[in-house]
Design a binder for this molecule. Structure first.
Ligand code: OGA
Ligand code: MN
Length: 209
């Protein structure tokens, strides 16, 4: 049975996102913070974190130990068998969004990967790019934030390093940040409270050579 329509693949949202990405390397979008999918995803993320199912990111699936010391988050991939209904619905919604973005932007996005992330108090992720030198598969990065009532002085911003200067995006529930994986260096600033999110990457088929 096909997944029900997702708030992430809503026509108005995808139109706005595609229009923005035609002229910019990054975008933010807002869903209502009480969107059922986000509320359920937050609950699931907190449950996984409390049960110790999130793993320090540097020892994750990619085995990417280059990131050890650079990042303090713990993650769980949404396609992990330990994940529940909210993770599956999110992944399905992100895949619908992938199809809708391809339709509008002809990006050749072939698949999506995504993980829950939990940054404990004080944790950060140093300035980096999401596309690795050895692997050009990641085209578009997307982060969905899962933190209701995030005070302005709590820190935890996603800081995009743009040619015109740094752009901070608060990790407030309902906010989506989207940017080109190759083009934009970014970092996660430390926060005074636990920070939950889902980070996703829309991938193209890796080019040979
Ligand atoms: C990442 C990342 C940003 C954020 O996971 O690669 O940059 O705001 N996350 O969580
Ligand atoms: Mn990143």
């Amino acid at each position: 049975m096909p997944a029900p329509p997702s708030p992430l693949a809503d026509d108005r949202l995808t139109d706005a996102l595609a229009a923005r990405l035609r002229t910019h390397d990054w975008a933010t979008l807002d869903l209502p913070p009480d969107t059922a999918l986000l509320v359920a995803a937050r609950e699931e993320a907190i449950t996984h974190a409390a049960s110790g199912r999130l793993q320090p990111a540097a020892t994750g699936r990619a085995g990417d130990r280059r990131h050890a010391g650079l990042r303090g988050d713990a993650t769980l991939w949404l396609d992990d068998p330990a994940c529940g209904a909210a993770a599956r619905a999110l992944l399905a919604g992100l895949d619908q969004l992938r199809v809708e973005l391809n339709r509008r932007l002809l990006l050749g996005l072939d698949e999506v990967e995504a993980h829950f992330a939990h940054y404990p108090v004080g944790a950060s992720y140093a300035r980096h790019r999401d596309r690795f030198r050895s692997d050009d598969a990641r085209v578009l990065s997307l982060v969905v934030y899962l933190n209701p009532d995030w005070p302005g002085d709590a820190g935890g911003a996603l800081r995009l390093h743009l040619p015109e200067g740094p752009q901070d995006i608060a990790p407030r529930q309902g906010t989506l940040a989207v940017f080109l994986s190759d083009g934009i260096e970014h970092e996660v600033r430390p926060a005074t409270r636990p920070r939950f999110s889902v980070a996703a990457w829309f991938r193209q088929r890796p080019r040979a050579g």
